[in-house]
Structure formats: structure tokens, C-alpha cells
Design a protein around this ligand. Structure first.
Ligand code: GLA
Ligand code: ZN
Length: 663
């Protein structure tokens, strides 16, 4: 297993390099990521390349058995690029160009930038293709910024639309430009929609897709060069988990595997649902394991710094990712910088360069992971439950949330967190994926619903699948026009309901006008709950009602329904319930109908996850709390980190982790 750090030898005197390499080796590290922002160090003047310093660093690291991932350095343009080619600096909405001096400053359509990027990529690839300890590449850094409003970007957008729609008539139709008299007579009239709150929602959605495509195209230009010259090396990119300016499915398509940057230490310690969810999203992009390319190593910040990971937390954070499919672990960064904007983004070593607590904890983690690596090899998470993770719905809901406070991620998190608490693994999948490998599919806030997807979901239920949907399902088609059918449209039969009316319980046009409805649950969901934010006035047709509203005018409508359709079940929740316990009971009911059994029933704050292959099953148990926790586990198995044989329960210390070999 590759375990190591993001290393910037160019920041430190050469006399220090050997100490760094020694300390890395002593910590059990065998990989570094290099050259991420070092364009000017490698091409100090246009066309003059200097790779000697990096050759020396690589040779030194090789003596300590440390391999390297090199980055194409295009996330920071050298000052000479901005001076010689000012059009490479992205243009802001007011028509001025970004002032050079941070990073991610560039326009992705500027021909000069694309050529310079290809040239440095080719020069690096040619120079390092046979370097013995180089094993792969990271493209650029954290794609997704900035947005450029220059004329070249606008013209490229127009071209992209012409390719997509063929005729202006088709575009006018797809965008519904009859509204407000916005029809286009020529392609050249099309503008970049600058404000997603006021511009045409269909134009805004296509702009977002275009912007994503621009980044993907920029990366692809580099990937093609790397594949041509260095076919023996892997190519990856450091994505950002739940970041959603780009369609990560597309960005990942050109990579060998996904890597991502995980920084879960911010406010007070809490149950890290999001880091688990993000890991599952990352694993889902290519349906394969991933790497952590930057992992929290200390307090982070550019001006002020945040919380310090507490003793045990660095190790626990790493194990959580491994439990969800991480096959490589790289901490950001090796040593805290004494210069520049990230002086407070702390590494494993502080400014003083000493191997103190955080370094030692990472070293212990490395030793633990190396001891597991043979068993981990070839294993991954195999979930029987899927959650649809859809960028179109993320973007369309950002353009029009419908009700105040609605975000796609909030909807996903309500469900994901309940599945996490229930102790089941989840696969995050595309709406166009095959649903049949899963016993249950959760589709929260699936707002953009093409007919093909609706039919596939309906067939899935009819053939025995269990589907969960909630408010705002299927409102839009793929061009962001409203479907002209009674909701939930093509899912009406599978869900056994119709929705003729709906409302917000909160409105972003008024302050303090929010209200709630009381909800009464029946059967296994017995109890009183609170409907918040949104209410769809759900009329069951064939569905049974599992929860009702008590307010007089809402009594004819259902808050929660369950429908037998063919051999499967369709659930619909028409509101957001304030109480977490409601979701726990709902998930329990859905999992029971889907015949899914939990890995274990963990106490609050304890996470379970399984990695497996044909022969092996490894159960990860992680205590995210700061008090010891006792968990029921299968007895008579080996806990691999201690070598002890399990009893029927296992007690984990604060932030403790255990890996039990079930098979
Ligand atoms: C990102 C970048 C790193 C570093 C950290 C901290 O994750 O990839 O280079 O800048 O943020 O700011
Ligand atoms: Zn531009």
C-alpha cells in the first residue's frame, strides 16, 4: 500500500532534503506527491526547462525507497505567463481580469494557456518517463475554478450549444425562450448567464454543464499526452469530495483512478457523516477504490487556523477512508510552510521540522496500514443499497431550490446519515446506472428526471426493487423545463400517489414566516413528528399511508406512503421531518422490505463498514466519539490490529479503530 505525504522540496534548503527523506522512511512512508505548483521552477522562462532540481529530489527519495507522483503544474500560472499572455487570466463578470497572484487564475479557453499547459505537460512527461521511482501523475490541482466570462469562453459556449442542439430552433425550444421574449435569432446572441437566481434556468443548467466540460477537456488534453509518453504510469486527479461545480463522473472518466482531498476537521468533533458520504461518492465515480491525495494533518487555514486533530483523530480519519475503499493515503502536507498564504495550513511537521505528535501518529497509522495491506489488496465495499447521486439535480436545485433552504446535499445527507447509523454500506450511483444489483435504491431530491430514468426506476420497482423518493422528485426534464404532467409523473404508478399541489413552509422572500405541520406516524413509525420546510399534498392512489398530517386542511393528504407495485415497493416522503428518529425508523422499514440486514447495529457515533472480495471479509469498526464505546461483534474472529480473538462485544477506546477478519 502506498502511504506518504505531499512534499514540496523546492520550499526548503537542499541540506534539509536528506533529513526529510530519512524521516519519511522512518515513518513508513513510501510515496510523495511532488511539483504540484512548481511550473515556474521547471520553466522559469517560456520554453526554457529546468528539471535538475526535481531529478535530484527524486534520486534522493529513491535512495530511501520512496516513489513519486508528479503533478502537471498548471494550477498556478507563472508570472511570465500572465505578463506575456494577459488573455490567459480569467475574466470576471464585470469585464475585468483576475489579478494574478493566487492560483487557479486561468481561462480554460485561452489558446495560449492550453498550448502552454500542453507544452509543460509534454516536457515533463518526456523528461520523467524513465525516472525509476516515478509511478504516476496528478493532473493540475482541484479542478473547478475559476469561472471565466471572456469573449472566447462565450464563443466556445455558443459552439458547444450548436453541437448539442444542432439548430437554433431546437435550442429555443429546449430553453423555453418564448418566456420574457428571450428567443434567439442567431447563435452569436447567446450570453453567458451570469446570475443563476435571475437568468433562464435552462440556460444556467447548460452553462454549468459547459463549464464542467471545459475543465474535463483541459484535463483530457494533458491525459492524452501522459498516456502517449508514459503508458506505464497511472494518471489521477485530486478531487474534492462533495464539491459540485463539475460533473465528477465525467472528470473521472479519463483517469485510472480517483483521488480526493479529505479535510474533515473543522468545528467541534462530530460524527463525520460527510467524510463517509464523500468517500462513497468518490468510489462511485469509477466504481473502484480511490486514493486520498491530501489528508488532514493538522489545523488548516489561510488566515486563521482551525481545530487541531486530537490524539487518535488523524489515525481514525485515515481508517475511515480505508474502510470506504481508500487504497492510498497521502497526508497534506509534510512540513508546515514558513512562507506564503498557507503558513497556517499545518502539515505533519510544524514550522520547526520536528517529528512530533502528528508525525508519530501518522507513522503509527502507516505501520497499521502496512500490516493490513496484503489482506486489503483486492477488497472493496460491496453494497446492497444504492443512493442516486446526480449532478444535474444538484445544479438545477441550486438554480431554483423550490423551497427555502433546499439543497440536494441536505436531502442526501438526511438519508445517508440514517443509513450510516443503521450500519449498512452504500454505493453512490448515477441515475443512468443499472439499478438491478441493488435491493434498495434511494433517490432523494431527484429533481431532474429524464423519462428514461423514470421508466428504469419504475421497472426496477415492478421487478422487485425497493425505491425511496421524496419531495421535488421528477419536477424537471433534462433541459430544466417543468414536466407537463401531474407529479410524480412517470413514477406515479410505482409510488402509488399523485401530487396536484405543493407548498413551502418557509419562504426566502419573507423572514420569520416559516411554520410547521404536526405529523402522526403509524405502525413501526408510530410517534409524533414535525413536518418542516416543504409539503407536497400527496394523494395515495394505491399506496398505504404510513404518516399523516393533523392540520385540518392537510388531513386528506399523506406525509409518508408505501406502495406495493409489481414485486417491489415504492416509498414517498412528501416533507422533511425534523426528528432524526423518524428517519431511523423509516430506514429500518425500508431495509426490512428490501431484505437488507445491517453489518452490525452500532451505538451512536460508531461506524461500521465492510471491505471484501471473494475470499475475505474485513469489518471496520470506528469510534468517532471521545468516550469508549462497546459494540456487538461476531465472536471468535481475529481483530487484525491487535491480533486478539474477539468476544461477543468489543470495546473501542476514544477514536479507536478495529479491523475484524470475518472470513
Ligand atoms: C487544497 C490544495 C492544496 C492546499 C490545500 C490547503 O486541498 O490542493 O494544495 O492548498 O488545499 O489550502
Ligand atoms: Zn475565458
Amino acid at each position: 500500500m502506498y502511504i506518504g505525504v505531499d512534499y514540496y522540496p523546492e520550499h526548503w534548503p537542499r541540506e534539509r532534503w536528506e533529513t526529510d527523506a530519512q524521516m519519511m522512511q522512518a515513518a513508513g512512508f513510501n510515496i510523495v506527491r511532488l511539483a504540484e505548483f512548481a511550473w515556474v521552477n521547471m520553466e522559469p522562462q517560456e520554453g526554457r526547462f529546468e528539471f535538475g532540481w526535481l531529478d535530484d529530489a527524486l534520486a534522493l527519495l529513491a535512495r530511501y525507497d520512496i516513489r513519486a507522483i508528479l503533478c502537471t503544474p498548471t494550477a498556478v500560472m507563472p508570472a511570465w505567463v500572465a505578463r506575456a499572455y494577459p488573455e490567459t487570466l480569467a475574466m470576471q463578470t464585470d469585464g475585468t481580469r483576475i489579478v494574478w497572484g493566487v492560483r487557479k487564475n486561468n481561462c480554460f479557453t485561452a489558446g495560449a494557456y492550453r498550448l502552454l499547459s500542453e507544452r509543460i505537460t509534454r516536457a515533463m512527461a518526456e523528461h520523467f518517463k524513465d525516472a525509476p521511482n516515478v509511478i504516476g501523475w496528478q493532473t493540475d490541482n482541484e479542478f473547478g475554478n475559476p469561472v471565466c466570462h471572456c469573449d472566447t469562453c462565450r464563443a466556445t459556449f455558443q459552439d458547444w450549444l450548436r453541437t448539442k442542439y444542432g439548430t437554433l430552433e431546437a435550442l429555443n425550444q429546449a430553453w423555453g425562450t418564448h418566456f420574457w421574449g428571450h428567443s434567439f435569432g442567431t447563435w452569436g446572441e447567446i450570453q453567458i448567464p451570469v446570475d443563476r437566481n435571475t437568468h433562464n434556468p435552462s440556460a444556467c443548467l447548460d452553462w454549468q454543464r459547459f463549464y464542467s466540460w471545459l475543465n474535463v477537456r483541459f484535463q483530457r488534453d494533458q491525459v492524452q499526452i501522459l498516456r502517449e509518453i508514459c503508458p506505464q504510469h497511472f494518471v489521477t486527479h485530486n478531487l474534492m469530495g462533495l464539491f459540485h461545480e463539475l460533473d465528477y463522473y465525467d472528470l473521472a472518466a479519463d483517469l485510472d483512478f480517483v483521488s480526493w482531498d479529505n479535510y474533515p476537521v473543522w468545528g467541534k468533533p462530530d460524527i463525520p457523516y460527510k467524510a463517509a458520504e464523500a468517500a462513497d461518492v468518490m468510489r462511485g465515480l469509477k466504481k473502484r477504490n480511490f486514493w486520498i491525495m491530501e489528508q488532514t494533518a493538522g489545523p488548516g487555514g489561510w488566515g486563521s487556523y482551525g481545530r487541531n486533530p486530537r490524539p487518535g483523530e488523524i489515525r481514525k480519519i485515515a481508517f475511515q477512508q480505508v474502510a470506504h475503499g481508500a487504497d492510498g493515503m497521502v497526508w497534506f502536507r509534510w512540513r508546515t510552510c514558513t512562507a506564503g498564504r498557507e503558513q497556517y495550513w499545518h502539515g505533519l511537521l510544524g514550522h520547526d521540522g520536528k517529528g512530533l505528535r502528528r508525525y508519530q501518529e501518522a507513522a503509527q497509522t502507516a505501520a497499521d496500514l502496512h500490516s493490513l495491506s496484503t489482506l486489503l489488496e483486492g477488497t472493496t465495499v460491496k453494497a446492497s443499497v444504492a443512493l442516486i447521486y446526480d449532478y444535474d439535480s444538484i445544479w438545477a436545485l441550486r438554480i431554483q431550490p423550490g423551497y427555502a433552504g433546499n439543497t440536494y446535499h441536505a436531502a442526501v445527507e438526511r438519508i445517508y446519515a440514517a443509513l450510516f447509523r443503521a450500519g449498512v454500506n452504500v454505493d453512490m450511483i448515477k441515475p443512468t446506472d443499472d439499478f438491478t444489483p441493488y435491493r434498495a435504491v434511494f433517490a432523494p431530491d431527484l429533481y431532474v428526471l429524464p423519462d428514461t430514468v423514470a421508466r428504469a426506476l419504475s421497472d426496477y420497482v415492478e421487478n422487485g426493487g425497493v425505491l425511496f423518493c421524496d419531495s421535488r422528485t421528477g419536477v424537471k426534464d433534462e433541459t430544466n423545463l417543468c414536466h407537463d404532467r401531474t407529479l410524480p409523473g412517470l413514477l406515479s404508478d410505482a409510488l402509488g400517489i399523485t401530487i396536484e399541489e405543493y407548498e413551502s413552509l418557509d419562504h426566502d422572500w419573507g423572514r420569520g414566516l416559516s411554520f410547521t405541520y404536526a405529523v402522526q406516524g403509524d405502525g413501526d413509525l408510530a410517534g409524533e413528528y414535525t413536518a418542516t420546510q416543504t409539503a407536497e399534498w400527496v394523494q395515495p392512489t394505491t399506496a398505504e399511508t404510513l404518516a399523516t398530517y393533523t392540520e385540518w386542511h392537510m388531513q386528506p393528504f399523506a406525509a409518508l406512503t408505501r406502495n406495493r407495485f409489481g414485486k417491489g415497493w415504492g416509498y414517498f416522503l412528501g416533507t422533511n421531518i425534523g426528528e432524526e428518529a423518524f428517519y431511523d425508523r423509516l430506514i429500518a422499514d425500508i431495509l426490512a422490505h428490501a431484505d437488507v440486514t445491517a453489518i452490525a447495529t452500532p451505538p451512536e457515533g460508531v461506524e461500521v463498514s465492510v471491505r471484501e472480495n471473494g475470499d475475505r471479509r474485513l469489518l471496520f469498526v470506528l469510534n468517532h466519539t471521545e468516550t469508549p464505546q462497546t459494540v456487538s461483534v461476531p465472536a471468535g474472529k481475529t481483530e487484525l490490529l491487535t491480533g486478539q480473538i474477539t468476544d461477543t462485544t468489543l470495546t473501542l477506546d476514544r477514536y479507536g479503530v478495529a479491523v475484524i477478519q470475518l472470513r
